[in-house]
Design a protein around this ligand. Structure first.
Ligand code: NAI
Length: 309
């Protein structure tokens, strides 16, 4: 018996990296999987269904059931077709893992409109579109008096929720995905559907070079294997996780944490005159918690936005 026996999952961007591990682990726990992957390069150029086909073959070799989907998550109708393919092939859709992603890192002054639009489309619209079609399906099922089992698991990033230089496009999309998850969780709770979000750190083609490539410390690739991201994802998709929703999990190897959302910090009374506001803001700044660094902890360095510089 697996913890996902009888469940049907869609994993986007499942041909490689983290998505591949999600698909393999969920299949090993009994889920039937639609393995979506457009198969382009890290910047989003090109298309090739070979990686998705290989993952489907791996699942079938272990005795599981899976099908290839080569659609683009950023295209509304293609996202709808992914949900429909799950229903037509396996009779239902229960789990949607929005994982597909690309990178176009640039400093703000060098970032082209295309770099902005492409990253926002794949991540932000590519999370909304499959989620929308699945949520619509679940709501219609609930209205028809049928049982609904629904899980959405989205993928943010430490870059989005904490902030990383060179990634205004990617970070804005990822922070948006974290907020999207919190709000969608509130909207879908009455249907028994949970929505959670991951902020992973893992060795993949997207990050290997950024982490040192061949010169990376020995054992790092294994220590932060993308397999670790699949463990919490598979659990969140399971029946035991029915009461966990609206959370963002920060995962680094075997370290599993919860990233806490924005909260109102210290408050003060504004002065009428902006010329008198300086001391009020200075006091607030001295009381407020610092912004986090990429480790997710208070950024103590000098000149960091969020403290007096
Ligand atoms: P990856 O590059 O190995 O895998 C991403 C997959 O998404 C690729 O197979 C690609 O073909 C697919 N894809 C890209 N655009 C697509 C589209 N429009 N439609 C369908 N599929 C598409 O990268 P990795 O590292 O596995 O990333 C997975 C997710 O995790 C991404 O959302 C990424 O931003 C996120 N992430 C990864 C981190 C890491 O440390 N590896 C850190 C933070 C976030």
């Amino acid at each position: 018996m697996g913890i996902l026996d009888g469940k049907v999952a869609l994993v986007t961007g499942a041909g490689r990296g983290i998505g591949r591990e999600h698909a393999l682990m969920m299949a090993s726990e009994g889920a039937k999987v639609v393995v979506n992957d457009l198969g382009g390069d890290t910047s989003g150029a090109g298309a090739d269904t070979t990686p998705a086909q290989e993952v489907v073959a791996e699942i079938e070799a272990m005795g599981g059931e899976a099908v290839v989907n080569g659609g683009n998550v950023a295209k509304f109708d293609e996202a709808g077709a992914m949900i429909q393919q799950a229903v037509d092939t396996f009779g239902d859709i229960n789990i949607v893992v929005n994982n597909a992603g690309i990178l176009r890192d640039r400093m703000l002054f060098s970032m082209s409109e295309d770099d902005w639009d492409a990253v926002i489309a794949v991540h932000l619209k590519g999370t909304y579109a499959p989620s929308h079609h699945a949520a619509k399906y679940w709501r219609e099922k609930a209205k028809a008096g049928e049982d609904v089992y629904g899980r959405i698991i989205n993928t943010a990033s430490p870059s989005g929720i904490y902030g990383n230089v060179g990634q205004t496009n990617y970070g804005a999309a990822k922070a948006g995905i974290a907020s999207f998850s919190v709000i969608a969780a509130q909207e879908l709770v009455k249907y028994g559907v949970t929505v959670n979000c991951l902020a992973p750190t893992a060795w993949s083609r997207m990050t290997a070079d950024l982490m040192g490539g061949d010169a990376a410390p020995e054992g790092l690739a294994e220590k932060i294997s993308p397999r670790w991201i699949a463990v919490i994802t598979t659990w969140l998709a399971s029946p035991e996780a029915h009461n966990v929703t609206g959370r963002v999990f920060d995962i680094r190897g075997d370290q599993l944490g919860i990233a806490e959302g924005w909260h109102l910090g210290p408050v003060a009374t504004q002065t009428d005159d902006p010329g008198d506001l300086g001391p009020v803001v200075a006091e607030l700044m001295s009381k407020a918690r610092l912004n986090a660094n990429m480790g997710g902890v208070d950024h103590e360095g000098p000149g960091f936005p969020g403290r007096s510089i």
